[in-house]
Design a protein. Structure first.
Lengths: 125, 125
DNA sequence: CTAAAACCTGACGCCAGCGTCAGAGGCAAG
DNA sequence: CTTGCCTCTGACGCTGGCGTCAGGTTTTAG
């Protein structure tokens, strides 16, 4: 392995990123459009991503599942990247955390409700 | 209190239902349109609801929060009302339950991720 | 060399749970 | 009576995360 080989990042195209992350190509393009991803371009204009982009996309999916919007995630990215935050960002992080926690509690309550219904319908066949 | 007074249901108009349940008037009309609520009508055409409608609307909100669609809720209503279900409905109930449980797990994972980020940003001020 | 597969840029479509505006009627109080 | 709030029926708008089609270029496999 030469120095230049070690220095050169291995870049992958959009299809590989999408497949490895388990999302559609369209989704990846969308993330870029929303400022969540930045891609280099090949001379012919094709997007080239660093391989750890897959990890990032999986992170996005997780945040989407938690109800964060792409805008919020974009605001969070600096924290994630640099590990450096100002007071406002930290407040936002905690706010999102609390929102998710509240959502978990809501879901748990809904779950309990459904379990009640299930219990009733099982004893009343 | 006379017999007729005891027998007569107290009916409320849409505004009261909405306010007591903490939703908009528009939302209540929407629920009716989706077959979740049935209203009597006054001679002039105004909707009249039984007072326990408020409970029902709160239940809807809980289910919406859990990610159920109004269609699903409409399919669940017979179980809820009569306490009587066929096999298909019981299967649906369990499927929804499992879906919600999975969602709770996802959210918990996202929460843990965010907590990691928060921990890092707190130690890296 | 050629055909298939992958990629590109728009741009419109979709769903669900409402928000919101328009225009008109009902209803208790002063 | 009229003022002011509540209600009615449409009907269009919005948001977000993509799906999907159109029409063209590029890369890759054989």
């Amino acid at each position: 392995m030469t120095v230049t080989e070690a220095a050169a990042e291995r870049l992958v195209r959009i299809g590989e990123v999408a497949r490895d992350a388990g999302v559609s190509v369209r989704a990846v393009r969308y993330y870029e459009q929303q400022g969540l991803l930045i891609a280099e371009r090949s001379p012919s204009g094709q997007r080239l991503y660093r391989q750890d982009t897959v990890t990032l996309v999986r992170f996005f999916q997780q945040m989407f599942a938690a109800g964060l919007t792409s805008r919020r995630i974009a605001e969070l990215l600096p924290c994630w990247d640099t590990g450096h935050t100002d007071a406002e960002q930290r407040a936002m992080l905690r706010a999102e955390r609390d929102r998710i926690q509240a959502k978990v509690d809501d879901l748990q309550a809904a779950l309990d409700r459904l379990d009640e219904v299930i219990a009733i319908t099982d004893t009343h066949p």
